[in-house]
Design a protein around this ligand. Structure first.
Ligand code: FES
Length: 98
């Protein structure tokens, strides 16, 4: 079964994959520390680095295109309040606020 691994200040957490929910929502549900404030793609406190499983994630949203530089997106940065798992597959993400 596919797994979601979240690496945050509170350590590494392995969770079952749940589709169509933002990573901020999943972190809250499972009590994983994952900074966020606006949940609208503005504050970037939820900035997230995709380490594994980019192909299982939704397309980059227009909010992410506005908030993250092109070079950051090319390195694999997303916003935790925008990124969702849309297909089954192992995914590893790290919380990387500025
Ligand atoms: S919570 Fe503000 S950009 Fe994600």
């Amino acid at each position: 079964m596919a797994q979601l691994t979240l690496q945050s200040r509170s350590g590494s957490h392995t969770l079952p994959v749940e589709t169509n929910k933002s990573i901020v929502e999943l972190a809250k549900k499972h009590k994983v520390v994952w900074g966020y404030a606006c949940q609208r793609g503005v504050c970037a406190q939820c900035r997230t680095l995709v380490i594994e499983g980019a192909e299982a994630l939704n397309e980059v949203t227009k909010e992410e295109k506005l908030r993250l530089r092109k070079a950051e997106r090319a390195e694999g940065y997303r916003l935790g309040c925008q990124v969702q798992i849309v297909k089954d597959g192992d995914v590893t993400l790290a919380h990387r606020p500025y």
